[in-house]
Design a protein around this ligand. Structure first.
Ligand SMILES: [Mg+2]
Length: 425
């Protein structure tokens, strides 16, 4: 994408030069017409208008592309809470046609307030809005020739630290040695922090399918798995442990206390996200830092939990909680409570880089999620266009290209498109 700005020629001067009456030299006129034809149209932000919005679905992701009357577009991603939203994207997209994309915060607020009775407080509405918001920031950056982090106030850092979320969740009933081996492999690949899941619906020591009080044998499995990781990686590598909000309060409290000797970076969602009072009890009882927030939406999802110090570390998912602008507002709100901002991220590299711009733009950024699958499965490389390694030695280098700096590869994405849903039609 060229970054050339509109030349010093004003529209009036161009019109006059192209007028049949103005030409004293045919060669001059042709040369000007040629240079105008080769002048990138994105050099005219004041005339930039949205012409269309299209989308595609792949895996758990929604990909939105906003087209304009000039040769630039914006892309954004939504995750998790995006099922069944094709017609919502069409409906919101129609409202954008003919508008300038250069006011993402204003458009976000119009859609959010305008959807007050349509579920704009959380869930699918906000996840779709997140994809639109990122696409608008991408478009702003391309129109103005600036990376998103610059539009958001500039960088505190050039690269953001990531933790490696392991593939162990794909292994049925992994043993402590499986955990240890995966951790050693991740550290060998340059990561300085790892995350493991310890929740299991198929643990043979569960007594009841619907009750989520962990049995003593389950608790022992959880502790032994993470103790094996700590032993394998030594004291300096950070370890996060995720319980996916499945367990009940006594189990959450026990696990948090039990993990204290292992010096976790955090214990994530020990209980479901709905009851803040239970979170607060666990957080106040243990020295294990408690992390949560991948299932909270908008800034409002964080106000009470921050006021009550109910969690130690917040992990908004910027492909789901409201987008890049709202993500930055949440991070800044958390900063007032001296709370680290450690975003959840299960999207593609487009989503990772979009999130990284926000991570770069706030002081309290802590660490960003990264999935090992994105290193090992070809799909994740095929669906985007990017000319460097995604992750280098456990860090994501923030793009300085205009916009987000990562493009969707629609041919690659189409191979993995969700069947039965129109793909960018
Ligand atoms: Mg999680």
């Amino acid at each position: 994408m060229s970054n050339t700005r509109r030349s010093f020629l004003t529209k009036a001067a161009v019109a006059a030069a192209l007028s049949p009456l103005a030409g004293v030299s045919g060669a001059f006129g042709q040369g000007l017409a040629h240079s105008l034809a080769n002048t990138p149209r994105h050099s005219s932000p004041s005339d930039l208008k949205i012409t269309d919005v299209k989308c595609g679905y792949s895996g758990g992701g929604l990909f939105v592309k906003i087209f304009t009357n000039q040769d630039i577009w914006g892309t954004g991603e939504g995750v998790d809470a995006v099922g069944g939203t094709y017609f919502m994207v069409q409906q919101l997209g129609r409202r954008l046609k003919g508008r300038s994309p250069l006011t993402p915060n204003r458009i976000f607020e119009e859609f959010r307030k305008g959807g007050f009775f349509a579920g704009a407080q959380s869930g699918v509405y906000v996840a779709v809005l997140s994809a639109f918001d990122a696409a608008l920031w991408d478009l702003c950056g391309k129109a103005l020739g600036l990376p998103v982090h610059q539009l958001m106030g500039g960088k505190f850092r050039d690269k953001v630290r990531v933790y490696c979320d392991t593939e162990l969740y794909a292994v049925r009933n992994p043993k402590p040695e499986d955990y240890a081996n995966a951790a050693v492999q991740a550290v060998g690949n340059g990561y300085t922090a790892v995350k493991f899941d310890i929740d299991s619906a198929t643990d043979p020591n569960k007594f009841d399918r619907y009750n989520w009080t962990a049995s003593n044998a389950e608790l022992e499995r959880m502790f032994d798995s993470i103790a094996a990781v700590r032993k394998a990686v030594g004291p300096h590598v950070d370890i996060c442990v995720d319980m996916h909000g499945r367990y009940d309060a006594p189990t959450g409290r026990k696990v948090a206390k039990m993990m204290e000797p292992l010096n976790l970076m955090w214990l994530e969602e020990p209980v479901p996200a709905d009851n803040i009072d239970v979170y607060r009890t666990i957080t106040q009882e243990t020295s294990t830092p408690i992390c949560g927030g991948e299932n909270f939406y908008l800034g409002y999802g964080y106000t009470r939990i921050l006021e009550q110090a109910a969690i130690d570390i917040i992990m908004p998912d910027l492909q789901k909680c409201g987008g890049l602008g709202e993500g930055q507002r949440i991070a800044n709100l958390a900063n007032l409570y001296y709370t680290p901002f450690s975003p959840h991220m299960v999207g593609s590299f487009l989503g990772a880089m979009a999130t990284a711009h926000v991570c770069a733009s706030v002081p309290n950024f802590h660490i960003l999620e990264w999935q090992t699958l994105s290193d090992t499965e070809p799909r994740w490389k095929e669906i985007v266009t990017y000319d460097k390694p995604f992750i280098e030695k456990g860090f994501l280098v923030v793009s300085d290209k205009p916009g987000i700096g990562v493009e969707l590869n629609l041919d690659g994405l189409k191979k993995y498109a969700t069947p039965g849903i129109p793909f960018f039609e």
